[in-house]
Design a protein around this ligand. Structure first.
Ligand SMILES: Nc1ncnc2c1ncn2[C@@H]1O[C@H](COP(=O)(O)OP(=O)(O)OP(=O)(O)O)[C@@H](O)[C@H]1O
Length: 238
């Protein structure tokens, strides 16, 4: 298989742990380049633990995971920043530096990931801000922005290095429904331009409005709508 056909995420025979506690076992799935996949399941079912393992925030003790070409089993600590440059991460809580402007927040992430050329930095800054509909907000402080706008900045930050995949952990969990919808629309646009997305969500309206493959954490396993038949609506309680 040539590298260009390789899945962006490949998980084989993996166990997901929180400390010594097994959260998920026998996990197998792949995510193709440019694919959009939802991650659902009741609270405590293991969605965040799975995502954290995929972006190497939790160690992989058992199984075989490759993300954006990086093997995660025993990945050296010094390699993790290079993995993180190939992926984007968006959380529910916005995690911006509150004492810095939007531009400074993005610059901080760019410098941390090796950007040096000031004209390229300027160009990429305006590209990512435009992508999230914040072309004019560069000089604002986070507290001058709404929750939805702050989340847009986080998405812009996650896009800086043209990630192969975005991992989003309930990215609209703190937003009201209208704003959540606008943020979801941004993810859809990002996906249409070729970036794979794995999004944990409790918002089943997204699944109805933007149908896509679903991975579901349930009873310590991960079910895959490509393989298993399940109706997410009848089990959507948490
Ligand atoms: N830091 C931690 N230390 C120990 N156990 C943890 C930790 N974080 C989560 N867990 C446990 O791991 C299991 C899975 O939790 P996880 O946060 O992955 O679920 P989740 O599906 O993302 O839930 P939610 O929808 O509420 O975000 C739960 O039993 C939880 O109590």
């Amino acid at each position: 298989m040539s590298f260009s056909n390789m899945p962006v995420v490949s998980v084989k025979d993996t166990t997901i742990f929180q400390k010594q506690h097994v959260v998920l076992s026998d996990v197998f799935f792949e995510i193709a380049k440019g694919e959009f996949v939802y991650l659902i399941g009741r609270t405590g079912s293991g969605k965040s633990s799975l995502l954290k393992t995929l972006y190497a925030d939790l160690p992989l003790y058992s199984g075989d995971i490759t993300v954006a070409g990086f093997q995660l089993y025993q990945i050296p600590r010094k390699t993790i920043p290079f993995l993180r440059r190939k992926i984007g991460i968006v959380f529910q809580d916005f995690q911006l530096l509150m004492d810095r402007t939007v531009t400074e927040n993005l610059l901080f992430a760019m410098r941390a990931t090796g950007w040096k050329d000031s004209s390229k930095i300027k160009q990429r800054l305006s590209e990512v801000l435009l992508k999230v509909g914040l072309g004019a907000a560069g000089n604002k402080m986070p507290h001058q922005l709404s929750g939805g706008e702050q989340q847009r900045v986080v998405i812009a930050r996650a896009l800086i290095n043209e990630p192969h995949i975005l991992f989003a952990d309930e990215p609209t969990g703190n937003l009201d429904p209208q704003v959540a919808d606008e943020i979801m629309e941004i993810f859809v646009q990002i996906n249409r331009s070729g970036t794979a997305i794995l999004m944990a969500t409790h918002n089943y309206q997204f699944l109805e409005k933007y149908p896509a493959r679903v991975l579901k954490c349930e009873n310590g396993k991960v079910l895959d709508s490509n393989i298993h038949e399940f109706d997410y609506r009848t089990t959507w309680f948490y």
